[in-house]
Design a protein around this ligand. Structure first.
Ligand code: GTP
Length: 274
């Protein structure tokens, strides 16, 4: 679980580095464009040129992204969508991202930000290589922080502290578990699966069918997990099904997008959007 202590610590760290960048490239998981957003940091970033990058569109249900794209645009953000796993990241950065920022200086410096598991390392590592550079003497930048040079005019600051989404209700917590951004406590795992199962039954029944490789949709999440364990031959001692293992495997495959395209966030989930 993430507690305010984490947020406070990350905030103070990020504040220092913010002075050295002109822009923020904030990654979110396209499957939860609202829940995977680090709202706690909104105030810190408000004076910067900001892009929200919906990553993992390859496993997101694109028709349900339109609302969220418009939502962020209406708030003054630039919105980009991609699948970092499936594009040439270098050319995406130079041809799309660079051009989307307003350039005030000859060199553009941008902080890469985002909660866990949204694709920050995928982005950074792909361009790191020889060109990566440590800048210890830039004002406000302490040693050990990585600046990655995309080209002569474009530098990325590797996230100095992972952001945390503010979990102000259980739905957000379950969504973050289902997309793999939050490691669940034991009891939370089962609740998240129950939430996910009921959600899929209503909005994306094919996810359940694909997970089970069957046309049968069980009545409730527990029967689903038992059937999942049975199909995979996960047996615990005493010849019962190993539902613990089934839950872990299901969550991992689900967060990796193995069963189909999903968007978990709907405007009606959020009181302030009603
Ligand atoms: P932390 O290190 O926990 O902060 O995560 P991160 O934000 O650095 O994410 P990372 O780059 O490690 O990616 C998390 C997982 O998502 C990895 O398994 C990636 O392979 C996967 N991933 C990244 N981009 C994409 C994408 O566009 N599509 C899909 N399907 N998976 C992606």
């Amino acid at each position: 679980m993430w507690y305010p202590g984490h947020i406070k610590k990350a905030k103070s760290k990020i504040k220092t580095y913010l002075k050295t960048v002109q822009g923020i490239l904030e990654l979110v998981d396209a499957r939860a464009p609202y829940a995977s957003r680090a709202y706690e940091f909104e105030d810190l970033f408000k004076d910067k040129d900001r892009i929200i990058l919906f990553n993992k569109v390859d496993i997101a249900d694109e028709k349900n992204l339109i609302f969220w794209e418009n939502y962020y645009k209406s708030k003054g953000y630039k919105v980009l969508k991609t699948s970092l796993k499936n594009v040439s990241i270098k050319s995406f950065l130079t041809k799309v991202v660079y051009k989307s920022f307003q350039k005030k200086f000859s060199e553009l410096r941008v902080m890469v930000a985002g909660i866990p598991n949204v694709g920050k390392s995928t982005l950074i590592n792909s361009i790191k290589g020889k060109k990566s550079l440590r800048v210890g003497n830039t004002p406000g930048v302490t040693r050990g922080v990585q600046w990655i040079s995309v080209n002569d005019q474009f530098m990325l600051l590797d996230t100095p502290g992972i952001l945390y989404s503010e979990i102000y209700n259980k739905k957000i917590m379950y969504k973050l578990i289902l997309i793999g951004s939050l490691k669940p406590e034991e009891d939370e795992k089962e609740f998240a699966i129950e939430y996910g199962f009921n959600f899929f039954k209503e909005k994306y029944p094919e996810i359940i069918r694909n997970a089970l490789k069957s046309d049968v949709i069980p009545d409730d999440y527990y029967n689903f997990i038992e059937l999942f364990a049975k199909k995979r031959n996960f047996i615990a001692s005493g010849k019962t099904y190993d539902t613990e293992r089934a839950m872990t495997v299901f969550l991992k495959e689900l967060s990796d997008g193995k069963y189909g395209k999903i968007v978990y966030d709907f405007p009606e989930d959020y009181d302030m959007l009603k």
